[in-house]
Design a protein around this ligand. Structure first.
Ligand code: UD1
Ligand code: UDP
Length: 437
């Protein structure tokens, strides 16, 4: 019977892995949960185990806060010990934190299969630690669970075999849908915060914003001018440190339009979000949740690895300059048509069945023996890639059945690269295919 090890370390991983852990428990699958302990405050970790009803971790490595090198090295050392002792068939990691880097790298060096949940996201900004983590995790992975076709195409361009890519949606939608219903019954957050009138929920913690005094000053000054609504700002511990260090905390605390709080538990947070007129954030997860809950989002960044939210029309990148933030805010709030368009943007992240889709793919791959990591059989063989226009009425899977040595890597249609879905008809389309000599 399959044995799965799941690695988590920070708040978003706990939230986004929760639906998968729930599926594993429901299906009675042998699984061990490894918490690296990167997030350790009650309100950054334990609270989410309670809110999302997750079992206690089987291992807590307790790495705590440190430099990236030291923190990642400590994780690698301890994860390796656990994996050698537990011998799981598959290690699942989620997202782009240091836990993902450590989990995926360690497992792949032990020749163990890795399933990367939320694979294929790219900002192409190598100053972000997350971009390095997600790219390395993808190099080490065996199964790629991507939220959208766009992220699948990113992987195709990096020469990942389409048969290893599964477009599953994002598990954040599963978590969001399930817990909003519970939150609507149980959460009193709006009364507790004594909120009246319109609110904007704000979060930020991205190193490039909050560790940079100039950017942080710009954002703070913009917030102080948003005086026609209440800004609810649950402050991430990293941000708390630098707001105090750079002398901005007191200004925010004494502003009548701003309510600072500790980080908020998931049920309360998701309710707060659903009742917000806007979201302002540099968080990855919030960009996804905002479009899931029909809340227009202003992202305090210059790039995003979630471009689908922008092309769908629900998210605008405003960067970290005071004037730009205020201009876009005025534009959206002063234009009911634009506001409505943003609110009604179509959620690109699926229908809340992502964790089910992931588990189905995992079990199918396991039963087909895909988790045995071996050297290629034909060491002298090399891969040939060619382009071809297909004239027949034939689907991708039919084409591959007819040509067993071929894999359809990409399909070109309307000047775009398309993922080769098995049932995609190839008539009059150009393909790039690969032949194993
Ligand atoms: C980490 C992830 C980031 C993710 C974020 C989610 C990496 C490289 N970064 O960033 O991708 O978006 O989590 O929130 O993995 N601290 C506490 N208590 C805690 C945790 C942290 O006080 O429970 C403070 C410490 O001072 C620490 C700082 O916050 O130095 C930053 O924490 P760290 O885990 O290094 O990075 P995050 O900014 O949380
Ligand atoms: N979140 C929360 N309480 C808060 C702030 C965020 O529950 O006070 C949740 C939010 O709903 C989302 C996740 O935390 O699911 C996002 O985590 P974070 O912004 O820390 O990380 P990122 O997604 O940027 O990696």
């Amino acid at each position: 019977m399959i044995k799965i090890a799941t690695v988590i370390g920070t708040r978003p991983e706990i939230i986004k892995m929760a639906p998968i852990l729930d599926q594993l428990e429901k299906k009675g699958i042998n699984n061990i949960l490894i918490h690296t302990g990167q997030h350790y405050d009650h309100e950054m970790s334990q609270q989410f185990f309670l809110d999302l009803e997750i079992k206690k971790p089987d291992y807590n490595i307790g790495v705590g806060s440190n430099s990236h090198g030291k923190q990642t090295a400590d994780m690698i050392k301890s994860i390796e010990e656990v994996l050698i002792a537990e011998k799981p068939d598959l290690i699942m990691v989620q997202g782009d934190t240091n836990a993902v880097l450590a989990g995926a790298l360690t497992a792949s060096k032990l020749h163990m299969a890795v399933g990367h949940v939320e694979a294929g996201l790219r900002s192409y900004d190598k100053t972000m630690p997350e971009e390095i983590n997600r790219q390395i995790a993808d190099i080490c992975s065996t199964m790629f669970f991507v939220p959208t076709e766009e992220s699948a195409v990113n992987l195709l361009i990096e020469n990942i075999n389409p048969h290893e890519i599964f477009i599953t949606g994002n598990t954040v939608v599963d978590a969001c849908i399930r817990h909003l219903k519970i939150a609507e019954r149980e959460s009193n957050i709006l009364t507790e915060l004594k909120v009246t009138g319109d609110i904007v929920t704000l979060t930020m913690h991205r190193a490039e914003n909050v560790d940079n005094p100039e950017r942080l000053r710009n954002i703070v000054e913009a917030l102080l001018e948003l005086d026609d609504l209440t800004v609810i700002f649950p402050v991430h511990p990293r941000t708390l440190k630098t707001l105090k260090k750079f002398g901005f905390y007191n200004k925010l605390e004494s502003a009548p339009n701003i309510k600072l709080t500790k980080p908020i538990g998931y049920l309360d947070f998701i309710l707060l979000l659903s009742k917000s007129k806007f979201v302002m954030t540099d968080s990855g997860g919030l960009q996804e949740e905002a479009i899931t809950l029909n809340v227009p989002c202003m992202t305090l960044r210059y790039n995003t690895e979630r471009p689908e939210t922008v092309t769908a029309g629900g998210n605008i990148l405003v960067g970290a300059e005071k004037e730009k933030i205020l201009d876009v805010y005025k534009q959206i709030s002063g234009d009911p048509r634009l506001y409505k368009k943003m609110k009604n943007a179509k959620n690109p992240y699926g229908d809340g069945k992502s964790s089910e889709n992931i588990l189905k793919a995992v079990l199918t791959a396991y039963n087909a023996g895909k988790f045995d990591i071996n050297a290629p059989e034909e060491m002298e063989g090399h891969v040939v890639r060619e382009l071809l226009t297909i004239n027949e009425d034939v689907t991708v899977s039919k084409y591959e059945q007819m040509n067993p040595a071929y894999t359809v890597n990409m399909v070109f249609q309307d000047n775009e690269i398309k993922f080769p879905h098995p049932d995609l008809n190839l008539k009059n389309k150009m393909i790039m295919f690969q032949i194993q000599d």
